[in-house]
Design a protein around this ligand. Structure first.
Ligand code: GAL
Length: 957
């Protein structure tokens, strides 16, 4: 029996307290805290060129680039953001917009970008409290990903600019903090420019963290666990970076403990007598051994944890967890790819980072859903095209067993590009799922020439210098035989064999490994079987759309029949927003996916399921609802991994056919309504049956969830599939009814979709927040506070002067005891259905406020934080309304003082409409997320003429 180990016992206790990242769970005395800053942000659109719409930021005599702490406008800590919209992260404002033909093709015509300046700058603000007891700790704020070009301030202090939409950024805010009080974070995001030619979202679309450590700590991404397997011993080389952000030297020891998945210590080592000078950062490494380790594999993605504990004397100064897997990888130029010494053919897909309904702002659980969907048809690899993904995607791949190519955004070998490559590798190098770093994709301007060869070669050697355990790759679309990047890569990615011969490349470079980084790019609309250029429909039979492409089947046959090829990545796994090739507006989504934007299978996913995994599979296409096509010939295809398949129409055999490896079967069948039945045989034995029936008209709605229970504390989601059935319970494959959704209990709908690439329906139904600035004030000096005529609803103000024309100096103060200010504001016709708030800022030392002649506050004192009034609808009307304020004027003490001239804003909140979506070829999807509370959530679906459906999901602790 193993003896009791006090250090690992303490670590276990610590881990069980510190794992929850959603709350400030760690106690004040913990050496490290990681606190989610996702909740309770304020948001408003700014403007790239209209100063006023950008909250006059950058207009002060000294602004944030001139002097430290001079963030002005919305960057100023005391800026009044009460009327801004409240939201939680992750947030993508692009998905919330409508579509426009003036918007970008590649971004799916969502109305943002160059032609939409009003919707291209987003401002985020958040207040956080940092306790006094944190004084002395190092405090960092980390953004996992902001699209894009962000500027961050804390308490009006400019922290920096970060332009990448994909790499995160972390700022040390220790010195800027108001300890024991409130701190204001302001972020300006500029999504005017695109980085990619695919939908990228807009805003703070990944998580934000507040990291608290001691002065001596492991910096973010400061560990690198490498594993080597020899016989039954697994050698682990563990590198850890330590940094001393203090002003005195530190002496310490580092303890490295490896825990298995059950939390048991399996290896441990201590590095004694370490020192760091003030502001010094150094790497420390140690070798550990794990006997009989459980290897990370696709079937059993087993994960270990390395716990790095740093002790100054007996005090725990830091503890840092690194999740890793023990596994080996090898690419062989003749035999392909090996995982743990076992040959694995790469069956991969390319994917972008958006999903129906939510765009780029994905809840973490959605990553799992998507990876499981890809795995369900046998895919074992994922290419992050063409950017570094969110960390949660990689965590899902580690946990679920999916190999990954992590991809840098754009080729280049200046320090700017190489620094980004370094950041990607340092952030992601501990993920066992990652098997290669891609340094670029289809760089048409350079990939065929010597400049491209030089850049690719520099990037490859740079990658090796940081991580020698995984090869660099580059996805190449040019021609074989040029003197470009094909001549330098150790692992070459081929994009599309239709225009180049992998055999020729292999002959020219026999020591080079090759895989297909993109193949396919075929187009299909889920559930459609005839091309219609008017309606923007592509048939779902796996046929090359033109001679510039080949079918998925032919692509796979090529890669699967050549042992020297490691495998291929299909363009794409999921459909995505943008690139609606071969169509234009009003198509807004891609047609390339094996599954649609919701994750519903297109037929070709069944082809892959037949050949990418071993479970007996049999699928027939198309559906059998072809009223109007009676007696016309219809192509019926079968996807199966059986040896033979026999097809029957209404019990009559249409012949048994033999399946070719990696192939499919076809029959031409004269349409008669009824039942198509296929029987699959393996070794002469009936193995599997598939039935497709002509259905009746849709009569009943149906809801099905991927989970019946969701975790309230984890922002968990349920993916609900909506369908319609006929009277006998058959799902109707052509149903297109519009369905409305309502929800009760501790859940909310966060997006809807249906996989239709031409849909212009809304993804989100949100309350609207309209802000009216109270401006164009006129003023009149009053004898005292008791005037009544000037505060009436209708007053002739032609003779009044523009407010604040006279300086508020002492002379004014001596002369004037009271001033009446007046202006007007417009309310919409539906104002009665809205909530209207007045966020008032004091114009006087004391003041009374009148709306349409009704006094809503009487002689209230100056309030630097502002006063909030919920306006009574009874005193308001649509169209013109008036506001009058009688105030004892605010005066300057010194010449340079600024007196408030801004009475505030009126906020009009209009309730969200109910979520709704049309079924598209029988299906739609609703994403339900927990509100954080426990209880029963009920989602109800209704549609005219159909019986409604209801589903219950339990939100648990
Ligand atoms: C490739 C490109 C992909 C996508 C695809 C569409 O050339 O790498 O990002 O655009 O074409 O066919």
């Amino acid at each position: 029996m193993k003896s009791f180990n006090p250090i690992s016992f303490l670590l276990l206790i610590y881990l069980s307290f510190s794992c929850s990242v959603f709350s400030q769970s760690a106690s004040k005395n913990s050496p490290r805290e990681r606190i989610s800053l996702d909740k309770d942000w304020k948001f408003a659109f700014g403007h790239p060129s209209d100063t006023k719409k950008d909250f006059n930021t950058g207009t002060a005599y000294f602004s944030y680039l001139a002097k430290a702490g001079f963030g002005d406008g919305a960057a100023n800590a005391s800026f009044d953001d009460r009327s801004w919209r409240k939201l939680d992260l992750p947030h993508d404002w692009a998905v919330e917009q409508g579509f426009s033909p003036e918007a970008s093709f590649s971004h799916g015509f969502k109305a943002i970008g160059r032609n939409f300046p009003d919707k291209s700058i987003g401002w985020y603000r958040k207040k956080i409290t940092i306790p006094e007891s944190d004084l002395g700790r190092r405090i960092h704020i980390a953004f996992d990903g902001v699209f894009r070009n962000s500027i961050v301030w804390i308490n009006g202090h400019y922290l920096g600019n970060h332009d990448s939409g994909y790499l995160g950024v972390e700022y040390d805010i220790t010195d800027y903090i108001n300890y024991g009080g409130e701190n204001t974070i302001s972020v300006r995001v500029d999504a005017t420019m695109e980085e990619g030619w695919f939908y990228e979202g807009a805003g703070i679309y990944r998580h934000v963290w507040l990291n608290k450590t001691n002065e001596l700590h492991v910096p973010d991404n400061g560990t690198f666990v490498k594993t080597k397997t020899k016989d039954n011993t697994n050698e682990i080389s563990a590198l850890v970076t330590l940094t001393n952000e203090g002003k005195t030297a530190k002496s310490f020891r580092i303890n490295q403990t490896v825990l298995d998945a059950a939390g048991k210590t399996v290896s441990e080592k201590t590095i004694n007598s370490c020192t760091l000078n003030p502001r010094e950062t150094k790497d420390f490494s140690t070798d550990l051994a794990v006997q009989n380790a459980t290897l990370w594999s696709l079937e059993n993605p087993y994960l270990y944890k390395m716990v790095t504990s740093v002790y100054e004397e007996d005090k725990l100064a830091d503890t840092f967890q690194t999740t890793f897997g023990i596994r080996t990888i090898r690419f062989d130029a003749n035999e392909g790819f090996f995982l743990n010494g076992k040959h694995v053919k790469i069956k991969g897909t390319n994917n972008h980072q958006d999903h129906a309904g939510v765009g780029a702002a994905m809840p973490d659980a959605l990553q799992d859903f998507r990876i499981k969907t890809l795995k369900s048809f046998g895919s074992n690899a994922y290419r992050c095209s063409h950017n570094v993904p969110t960390p949660e995607l990689l965590e899902a791949c580690d946990r679920l067993g999916m190999l990954v190519i992590d991809e840098h955004r754009m080729m280049g070998s200046t320090h700017i590009q190489l620094d980004d490559v370094k950041k990607m590798i340092e952030r992601d190098r501990n993920h066992p799922s990652i098997i290669s770093w891609s340094v670029g994709n289809e760089e048409w301007g350079i990939e065929n020439d010597i400049v491209g060869a030089r850049i690719a070669s520099s990037m490859q050697s740079f990658v090796k210098s940081i991580d020698d355990t995984r090869p660099a790759t580059a996805a190449f679309s040019g021609g074989i035989g040029s003197n470009g990047i094909t001549t330098v890569m150790d692992l070459l990615g081929i994009n599309y064999i239709v225009n180049k011969s992998t055999d020729k490349q292999h002959e020219l470079f026999p020591n080079q490994s090759i895989w297909g980084t993109e193949e396919g790019s075929t187009n299909a609309t889920r559930g459609e079987y005839y091309r219609d250029n008017q309606k923007h429909i592509m048939p779902a039979y796996d046929k090359a759309p033109s001679s510039s492409f080949i079918s998925i089947e032919n692509g796979w046959k090529h890669y699967n029949s050549r042992p020297y090829l490691a495998g291929m990545f299909i363009w794409t796994g999921f459909d995505y927003r943008g690139e609606p090739t071969p169509f234009e507006y009003p198509s807004t989504g891609s047609y390339f996916g094996m599954v649609d934007q919701c994750g519903f299978y297109k037929d070709t996913a069944w082809y892959l399921k037949a050949w990418w995994q071993n479970e007996p599979t049999l699928h027939l296409l198309p559906h059998w609802n072809w009223a109007g096509k009676e007696n016309q010939s219809i192509e019926v295809w079968a996807y199966s991994n059986c040896d033979e398949v026999e097809l029957f129409l209404n019990k009559k055999s249409l012949g048994k056919k033999t399946m070719e490896k990696d192939g499919h079967l076809e029959w031409n069948v004269n349409y008669t309504p009824g039942t198509l039945e296929a029987i699959g045989y393996k070794n002469g034995k009936k193995t599997i049956t598939e039935v497709v029936k002509t259905t009746g008209a849709q009569a009943v709605l149906n809801l099905a969830s991927n989970k019946n229970t969701i975790e309230a504390s984890k922002n968990d989601i349920a993916m609900i599939t909506v369908s319609a059935k006929d009277k006998s319970g058959l799902a109707v494959p052509i149903a297109d009814n519009e369905v409305t959704f309502t929800i009760t209990g501790p859940g909310k709908i966060i997006g809807v979709g249906n996989g239709n690439p031409t849909s212009l329906e809304a993804d989100k139904y949100l309350e609207t927040n309209t802000v009216l600035n109270i401006e164009n004030l006129k003023e009149k000096i009053a004898a005292d506070f008791n005037v009544s005529e000037e505060t009436q609803e209708n007053v002739a103000t032609e003779s009044w002067q523009k407010a604040f024309t006279d300086d508020r100096d002492t002379i004014f103060g001596k002369k004037v005891k009271a001033v009446v200010y007046r202006t007007e504001f417009e309310l919409p016709a539906n104002y009665n259905e809205t909530e209207i708030n007045l966020f008032y800022n004091s114009l006087g030392k004391k003041q009374s406020v009148f709306i349409n002649g009704h006094k809503i506050s009487s002689e209230i004192p100056e309030n630097k934080k502002g006063d909030t009034f919920v306006l009574d609808k009874q005193i308001l009307h649509s169209g013109k309304n008036t506001i009058a304020i009688i105030a004892q004027p605010l005066l300057k003490k010194y010449k340079w003082d600024v007196v408030n001239q801004n009475p505030g804003t009126i906020q009009i909140i209009t309730k969200a409409e109910n979520y709704k979506r049309k079924l598209f070829n029988g299906l739609a999807q609703v994403i339900v997320q927990t509100t954080g509370d426990t209880g029963e959530i009920t989602l109800t679906a209704t549609s005219n003429g159909l019986k409604k459906a209801e589903i219950k999901i339990n939100a648990v602790k």
